[in-house]
Structure formats: C-alpha cells, structure tokens
Write a protein that binds this ligand. Sequence first.
Ligand SMILES: Nc1nc2c(ncn2[C@@H]2O[C@H](COP(=O)(O)OP(=O)(O)OP(=O)(O)O)[C@@H](O)[C@H]2O)c(=O)[nH]1
Ligand SMILES: [Mg+2]
Length: 532
Amino acid sequence: MDLLNAAVRKISRSSNKDPFYDKSPKLLATPSHVAVAQFDIPSGTSTSSSSSSSSTSSLSSSSTFWLSPTPSIWSPRRYIPAQVRKNISKRQAAVLACLLLGLLVWMVPSPRSWRREVVHIDVPHHITNPYQVLKPIAEAAKKHAPNPQRWLEHNSNNKFALSSKSKLVSSISEYGHVSKRPRAALISLVRNSELEGIVQSMTQLEYHWNRKYKYPWVFFNDEPFSDEFKAATRNLTSAKIYYEVVPQDHWSLPDWIDEGRFMNSLEYLGAIGVGKGWMISYRHMCRWNSGFFYRHPRLKDFDWYWRVEPDVHFFCDIDYDVFRFMRDNNMKYGFNMNILDDARSFPSLWSRTRSFINAHPEFIHPDADLDWLLDPRNSGDYNNCQFFSNFEIGDLNFFRGKANEKYFDWLDRGGGFYYERFGDAPIHTLSVAMFVPKNEIWFFRDIGYQHDINRHCPPKSAHRCACEPTPMDENFYRLVPLESAQKKPDDTCIRQFLGGAWLDKKSGWSQDGERMFGGDGYHGYELTGLEH
Ligand SMILES: Nc1nc2c(ncn2[C@@H]2O[C@H](COP(=O)(O)OP(=O)(O)OP(=O)(O)O)[C@@H](O)[C@H]2O)c(=O)[nH]1
Ligand SMILES: [Mg+2]
C-alpha cells in the first residue's frame, strides 16, 4: 500500500497535466527503458504505417509516449476513466485498485492443492483407507492413467457440494475452474401410478446425496405426467425437474415386427413364467431403456446420467460428487450389482451378438474384456451375467456413440425385443463389455442399494449406511427361477468381473464336494467381501 501511495504521489508531483490522458489503455502498459533502447524510434510525430512488424508499428504510432517524462511509473489511476478520475482522490484510487486486485485473486481459481472446498461431515470411526474395498481391477498400467482410489481420497468429504454456498457464489468460484461441474442428471422412467414408489426412491437419494449436489431430475413417461405427480415430486428437491413424454415412435411396435409372432411370444413367455413376459408395455420399456433413452431431446445437453427406479432404496450417505468421479476418472459405466437373470427371456441374444462381432470387429475396443462374460464349459457362450441396470451411472456419449448405436440397431432389426423379451440389462452389459476398456467400468461397492429382493450393502460402512453389509455373492442367482434349467457359471458374476484374488478358493475345497453336501457350490472363496 505504501509503495502504491508513493507512486501516486510521485506522479502528481511530476506534472499537473496527466501525460497519459489521451492514451489508450493498451499503450499504458509501460515497457522498461531497456526495451525502449532496442528500438530505433523516430523522434517527431511520424505515424508511418511500417510494414516490418506489428510491434514496430504500434511503437512508432506512440512515439510521443516513449518521450514522456515518467514512462516507468505505474499508477492505478491510469486505468480509471477520465471522468471518474477527476472525482476521486489518489488515495481512494489506490484503495480501489487493491480491492479489485483482492477480488481478482479470490475469483481466479487456484490450483487444487491450495484451495479445497470442503464441507466437513462427522465420521465417527477412523478409517485408514475406506476405498480399498472398491478396487475392482488391477491398477492401470499406464503412467498417467487416472487413479480412482486416489481421486476418492482427495475429493470426498463433500468437496464440491453446493449446499454451503449460494448459487451466485458457487457459480463465481466455478468460473474458469479446471474442473467444471459435469452436465449430469438423475433420470427416471416412471408411470403416474408409481408416484408413491418414486417418492420413496427420490426422498432417499436426495437425503443421502443430491441435496448436497443438486443435480436435476428428468422424469420420462409414455403419457403426460399428472399434476399430482408433478406437485409431489417438486416438493422433494431444490434441484431443477423436467417432465418429459417419450416420443410415440420410441414406444410403439416398429413396422418390421410381425404382430402375430409378437402375440405368440407374449403368450408363450407368459405361460412358462418368464417375469412380465406377457406385458406389451414391458417390451416397449426394455427397448426404450436399451436404445432410446439417451436419444431423448431433453438429454442432448447432458453428458452423464444416473438411472433411478421407483421403489428402490438408497442406504448410505455418499460424500463425493459421483458424476465428477465418473468424468475425472474417465469412467463410462458404473454399476452396483452384477447378477444372473432368467435367460429364457433372451435365447437368441448371444448368437445375434456373435454375428454382430463377426460383421463389425472394428467396434470391439482393444482393451475390452469379454472373457468374464463367456463360459468355457458351455462352448464359450454368454454366461448370462449382467449389470443390474435399474441402478446405473453412465456416460450418455458412450451410448450415443456409433458402436453402441449400431449394436442396438442390429438387435432391434432382429426383433428380439418383441419375439423374445430382450432386457436392457444384458444388452447394456454386452455393449459396455465389448466397446469400453475394462478399467472404464466401475463397481460402486460403496453405494448401499436395494431393488425388490436384491440388496447390496457395503462393508465397514456402519457410520454412513443404514443396512447390514452383504457378502460379495449375495445377489448372484436370486432372480433365476427354481424351475429354470439355466446353467450357472463356475464363479459368481461379480467375481468373474473382478477376477484376481476374488477367484481364490480355500485349499481342499471343491465345487462338486460342496454340492454333494447340499450346498450351491459358491461357498469356497477365500474372500467373502466383508473383510477389513
Ligand atoms: N411410464 C412408464 N414406465 C414404465 C412402464 N413400464 C415400466 N416402466 C418403468 O420402467 C422401469 C422398469 O420397470 P419395472 O417394471 O420396474 O421392471 P423391472 O425392474 O424389470 O421389474 P421389477 O423387478 O418388477 O421391478 C421402472 O422405472 C418403471 O417405472 C410403462 O409402461 N410406462
Ligand atoms: Mg424395477
């Protein structure tokens, strides 16, 4: 401040007439005398339009400026418009400049290391590495590959939560930040009649997570939402909500489908007890979730989604921005349960997928891993494992990408959504497994969740989850009906995905031996998933 004042005093002593009065602000950025000495500046008034260089031409046009008596003295008053300058004192000008400087320092985002927006929450137990259990696969071999574990350690504790600031403050501090807020939404396809169920799901997800992050909700329906639905859901969040109707051609029988064959399929799958096999709307729903949701115009301004169904449960406080996690770690797809479903609903899915692979090998990602989905004991066919897609957090741009779109169209043209009952879960699973590198798929072991009879609860989580921890294999074949002769893979789906130590068995144990004594053959693992 003293230096500034001294500078201001010096200028005012040097001349009553401000020598820079008519100069443009650009010219007032005073160079040093050394720099001046390097140029041959003609004295006098020539403003020749030299063709040599832009610096020469700008210097020559301001030659009187260089000859002015105090070129090297900086004054904050130079940057103030002339009319204002007349009316404020030099001291006031200096103070104003300091204030502006301070504001600038506050607004310009700082490196991550020296500014963290942390909202502290109480964690009653000391946990050395709460994220160890999340580790799904071997650490990426590449040197500068993202490290999700480290990301979580650095970005939890509700960093980036919006609740502690006003909208204005948060948008100012976001301005120019290296890590802008992802364009993401919570999305839900739901009927008016499922209001109670969606209120339940929304209330829990808002409470445990979204009240801090305020990501918008987008509701989809095959008919307009009722006023009651809108009023009740609006009450549950302070984030934006959108209510959208699915376009008619995304929710109707395509013209290449033979209606008679479709009716037979409804009757047959209904008769043999395939879940909701007789419901027409269920077929449209599976098709929409497989290949249309990401094309809806409302989602065109979004990059990320978290799918939420009515009547599901969220048990745990989540203290990080899940969408930032996905984006910053270059994840394409996040899941929470990996299970078997009734394979009678998609008998031709694998042969159609195999023919797609043969026709379009160029789409298979070199770092993709399909092995965990293939059963060597069953001619290398699909083992029917699938990410349970009622919970999924994903990259919309992946789904909108060419590989997934081509794959979906291929299956859709074959009629499997109507002649069989193709589900979106196996289709998303196969698509992600074929077209996404394995290390861009994330297992959200830390998010406690329940859909109907399937429940997932992380270990070591009593301080933040209202559920009893579930072992790794909890939901493996719970959805396969007893009467189904469906072959099960040697290892549970989630272990096939995780690989490594998750496949190690106790010494002396054998699957056949366990089955001889009435077990199901999946109790020989060294790790249960509940370890510390
Ligand atoms: N608007 C609308 N939504 C539907 C329709 N059918 C299903 N959905 C939604 O699609 C999602 C999946 O449907 P569900 O009936 O739950 O299917 P599911 O999860 O395989 O079956 P459950 O195990 O019974 O839950 C849910 O969010 C439903 O609300 C429909 O005809 N109209
Ligand atoms: Mg459901």
